[in-house]
Design a protein. Structure first.
Length: 617
């Protein structure tokens, strides 16, 4: 399921996650109060578009942002707005509001409100408010192919639409507003003027909660329950959350038995939309967005009593008639439709980190070097490792327990527990893995292994060679070919962690011979180090690559290690996004990036690599 929503009554954005917490910015549109201004939405820069009472918002699986405008639906990618469906006529002109199935600009809507995309098919469902219908817009194919619009359910009736369950073609809705599509294809609707919640499953429409035409606030199962002008619905696991606007409450429907209970009944004022961000629920009111977490409700951005248009941090920001929200998981941003200002806003998140880490080996021998690497989410800035028992390990290669990556070895056989505490300005988290590393005694000759702190250094850049051999080697012998290199910082070919400076560009072969009382073993890695004239290259060494380059909206990375930390920076070195990949193939949405040069830093068990890519549209 992607998300659901909406309703309504009448720099450098993109990947900038943590420049400021809870920062409100403009995503698209020219700010004005009222409605009726309008221009052709085809291929317009998002900052130059005039919207007229935009209402709903949704994101498809490729990262395109869809918005329902007064009588049409458009999508945003990068810096451009594109018309997906509906008229380009001025919304005040005759014929702009209608119900017509066709493709692209020939189709017609009458105040499309809530949008929800089926994540399995990328088909979009639209609550066509004034037509009292549910419409669909086919999945995006390409810019040259207009998206077809069809009527999914409901009869177009303007006067006395009332309520009718049954076959979806003949069903009647009364001001359908919010909408949500489940992963199995079932569609849920906030039927606002009927004061009830509807469901479309297969070819049939049913009422799962509330009594048609009867408002109120009553908990119970099915028709026993009462709502007052529900604005929106949101699927949250096995529950359907309802923005019960008239009752200033968030209600919950158990989808197993259609039982309605209260979730939030105090502290709200006309909730209009809802989305989940981690453990928190974000709730849109007219002038602010509130956060509900651990049974505590607080204002996240905006002021519940003051309207306006101010891009700022937290409660210093101002809105004017918020109608819909959606959370962009990829970019860690909330998008809000600010209908009163006729703009789309973005809100960066104030997220505490989630601790996680990996070990280069969990079955080691005494004396073997193990790399512990933080893979924590949400960009922690502080780290603290704890290893128990604590008197049998040694930190190597100048590691500190406050580093995000440490090198460690154990002097005794046994099972070791590892804990990582992380923090940023938003909070802290810790993860403990009991008996995570099993260390055995040495009974055989070493098995040589190694890595490097960086696989693609520049000329004269110093890197570390990292011994990872098992069975506790007592001595080491490194060999590097060709011989155009220097040992650095008082290390040499017999050091366990020698520091090396390469003097020429090209590929270098590295050999390690590890020895203990039981014997010796060697390992050679051909073309292991690839020295660059500058710190970037279009392709990484070995099997890691980036494509296409230049790219348009989506970047693909084929990684050498399925446990990789990926950081994207602009040409000033400013971190824009940080991702932790658990797969060898990583897709990154870069549709919000400006044209220009960017850098990717990849950290994994092979070391650190830096590449460049360009956005060119």
């Amino acid at each position: 399921m992607i998300k659901t929503f909406l309703i309504c009554t009448n720099l450098f954005l993109g990947f900038c996650i943590s420049l400021h917490s809870q920062t409100v910015s403009k995503l698209a549109g020219q700010q004005y109060v009222g409605n009726g201004k309008y221009n052709d939405l085809r291929d317009k820069l998002k900052d130059s578009v005039w919207f007229s009472a935009p209402m709903g918002i949704e994101i498809d699986t490729s990262g395109r942002i869809y918005v329902s405008n007064e009588h049409n639906i458009f999508w945003i990618s990068g810096n451009t707005c594109y018309l997906a469906a509906g008229t380009m006529l001025d919304p005040l002109e005759s014929g702009s509001a209608d119900s017509k199935d066709f493709a692209g600009i020939v189709s017609r809507f009458a105040r499309p409100a809530g949008l929800s995309i089926n994540s399995n098919t990328n088909e979009m469902f639209v609550a066509d408010l004034d037509n009292n219908q549910i419409r669909t817009v086919e999945k995006f194919i390409n810019i040259a192919t207009q998206q077809a619009v069809t009527t999914f359910s409901g009869v177009r009736i303007f006067s006395n639409p009332l309520h009718l369950d049954g076959a979806k073609a003949t069903a009647r809705f009364n001001a359908p507003a919010g909408i949500a599509v489940a992963s199995n294809g079932d569609v849920y609707i906030a039927d606002r003027a009927n004061h009830c919640i509807r469901k479309i499953s297969g070819g049939t429409v049913s009422t799962i909660a509330g009594s048609p035409g009867n408002s109120g606030k009553v908990n119970g199962i099915g028709s026993v329950a009462r709502f007052t002008a529900p604005y929106n619905v949101f699927i949250d696991g096995n529950n359907l959350l309802v923005c019960d606007f008239g009752n200033t409450a968030i209600r919950k429907i158990n989808l197993s038995n259609n039982e309605v209970t209260d979730l939030i009944t105090t502290g709200l004022s006309g909730p209009r939309d809802i989305c989940r961000v981690g453990s928190a629920l974000m709730i849109a009111e007219e002038l602010c967005i509130k956060k509900y977490e651990n049974n505590v409700l607080s204002v996240y951005v905006g002021n519940a009593n003051v309207s306006g248009y101010v891009n700022a941090v937290g409660t210093s920001a101002r809105f004017n008639d918020i109608t819909s929200l959606v959370y962009d998981e990829r970019k860690k941003l909330i998008y809000a439709v600010d209908m009163g200002n006729n703009v789309i806003r973005s809100i960066s998140l104030d997220l505490k980190p989630v601790s996680n880490f990996t070990a280069s080996s969990t079955a080691a021998t005494k004396g073997q070097t193990i790399i512990l690497r933080s893979t924590s989410n949400n960009m922690p800035t502080s780290f603290k490792w704890s290893i128990t028992p604590s008197n049998t390990y040694t930190l190597l290669n100048n590691s500190k327990l406050t580093d995000s990556l440490i090198y460690i070895s154990f002097s005794q056989a046994g099972a070791y527990t590892v804990k990582l505490w992380v923090a940023n300005t938003s909070g802290a988290d810790s993860l403990q893995k009991n008996n995570h590393i099993a260390v055995s005694s040495v009974t055989a000759a070493p098995v040589a292994d190694f890595s490097a702190s960086k696989l693609m250094p520049t000329i004269n850049e110093v890197i570390d060679l990292i011994d990872l051999s098992t069975n506790s080697p007592a001595s080491f012998k490194w060999r590097i070919q060709p011989a155009t290199f220097e040992w650095a910082f008082a290390t040499d070919s017999t050091s366990q962690f020698p520091k090396v400076k390469f003097l020429n560009i090209g590929k270098y072969q590295i050999t390690l011979i590890a020895t203990n009382d039981q014997g010796s073993n060697s390992l050679t890695k051909v073309d292991f180090i690839n020295v660059q004239l500058t710190s970037v290259n279009s392709f990484l060494s070995q099997s890691t690559l980036i494509y296409p380059n230049p790219c348009f909206n989506e970047l693909n990375l084929k990684l050498k290690d399925n446990q990789s930390n990926v950081v994207i920076k602009n040409h000033f070195g400013l971190k824009l996004i940080e991702l932790n990949s658990e797969e060898n193939i990583l897709k990154v949405d870069v549709s919000s990036f400006q044209n220009g040069l960017y850098f990717i830093e990849i950290n994994n068990s092979f070391g650190t690599e830096i590449i460049k890519f360009n956005i060119l549209r």
